[in-house]
Design a protein around this ligand. Structure first.
Ligand code: SAM
Length: 382
């Protein structure tokens, strides 16, 4: 079980709707799923008294290192066989998409409306300034993905990426009464884990340069830029469509003191200078990659980080009790649109980080379903 040390005053942080910044220097906290919320989720209101009475701060781990359904069990083999049967896969994919949209809309996320707003906007004008026409896509990136035949290489996927993120946030924190509160808990704990790790292991170096690999439409990048406003923040992704949305949305918001730079490149081979970043972050990227790509991404992050720099990975948590106990219908649906999910769950990520040269490797649940793994590049290395 992962436990965050806390005090009652610190617990107010995530329950307070006034806390619009994430991880503002306080010890992180969370809940154990004992909430009783069923009210509207997306509207933002003041925290009520019950929410202020913070419950436990534990996120529960299951009994195993990873879910049974990722191992080579008969059930897991059956699910893989079903998914690889093309006609059934097409049905599952369609079903999964319907489930994503209707679940989100039932929770108050206006999925189709938000996606249409992007699709009907001027976002297309951003593509030429973002796209690197000579980029070679890794083969795994060209598979159908998330129920999109063109994977992440389409405008529809780009237009729906932010609503999909919102939906994922509400799935992770089902007891939150608003999307804002769910976001504060999920992303606040992630940012806090990064800051605590860096403070502890960097030798007091400030975070002045940040690279967000797999930045998608810029949600994680924006949060990093908000958290480290004096840092130079770069978002990098393989999808020029996602980056176009990221750039378009940034242009619509008030200008930042340090504008975000967007780069269309492969995270395995960024072409950026060695030892140039204090923080390299991967948010929800690795469960979308085969193990060989995860290894290459980790090695590239090691090259890019300054000595004492921090690597931060946040993603699905193999040790999460909720994840381990997902009902078969749900994990089958999930696997049907995530071709590399099994490989992710079977990867010894901590071991891979150590093999790449990282030290101080730590992993903890930062919400009921997700973990944040942090690590340091040794201060002395060639
Ligand atoms: C789930 S999204 C990331 C979400 C975002 N980081 C956040 O936290 O909101 C995963 C992203 O990783 C990108 N990606 C996958 N493999 C990549 C690679 N090898 N290099 C760069 N980006 C990659 C995908 O294009 C996609 O945008």
């Amino acid at each position: 079980m992962a436990l965050w040390a806390t005090s009652s005053s610190q617990n107010l942080f995530l329950a307070s709707s006034a806390a619009t910044r994430y991880g503002n220097g306080r010890t992180m906290s969370g809940r154990n799923g004992r909430r009783r919320d069923s009210g509207p989720i997306v509207h933002v209101g003041m925290a009520d008294q019950a929410e202020m009475e913070t419950v436990s701060i534990a996120y529960k781990e299951g009994d195993r290192a990873r879910p049974n359904w990722a191992d080579n069990t008969p059930l897991s083999r059956l699910v893989e066989a079903l998914i690889s049967f093309k006609p059934l896969y097409s049905l599952l994919k369609l079903g999964a998409r319907q489930v994503f949209i209707s679940t989100a809309e039932k929770k108050g996320i206006p999925w189709r409306q938000m996606a249409n707003e992007i699709l009907e906007s001027d976002v297309y004008k951003e593509l030429d300034s973002i796209r690197n026409p000579s980029l070679q896509y890794p083969d795994y990136y060209l598979s159908p993905f998330h129920a999109y035949d063109d994977g992440n290489l389409s405008w529809l996927a780009a237009a729906e990426a932010e609503v999909a993120t919102m939906s994922m946030t509400l799935r992770a924190i089902p007891y939150a009464s608003t999307l804002e509160k769910a976001t504060q808990e999920m992303r606040g704990n992630w940012l806090q884990a990064i800051k605590q790790h860096h403070m502890m292991h960097s030798g007091n170096a400030k975070i002045e340069t940040v690279l967000d690999i797999g930045c998608s439409v810029g949600v994680s990048t924006g949060l990093l830029a908000d958290e480290f406003p004096s840092a130079k923040v770069t978002g990098l992704d393989l999808s020029p469509y996602f980056l176009s949305v990221a750039q378009y949305k940034e242009k619509k918001r008030p200008p930042r003191k340090n504008p975000i730079t967007w780069i269309h490149a492969a995270g395995e081979n960024t072409g950026l200078p060695s030892k140039s970043f204090d923080l390299v972050s991967f948010g929800y990227v690795f469960h979308e990659c085969p193990e060989r790509a995860i290894v290459a991404l980790v090695n590239e992050a090691f090259r890019l980080l300054k000595p004492g720099g921090t690597l931060a990975i946040t993603d699905q948590a193999p040790k999460s009790k909720i994840v381990q106990e997902l009902p078969p219908a749900l994990f089958t649906l999930m696997k049907s649109t995530e071709p590399f999910m099994n490989e992710y769950y079977l990867t010894d990520l901590e071991g891979r980080l150590r093999e790449a040269g990282f030290v101080n490797v730590k992993s903890m649940l930062t919400d009921p379903r997700h973990m944040t793994m942090t690590a340091t590049v040794p201060h002395q290395h060639d």
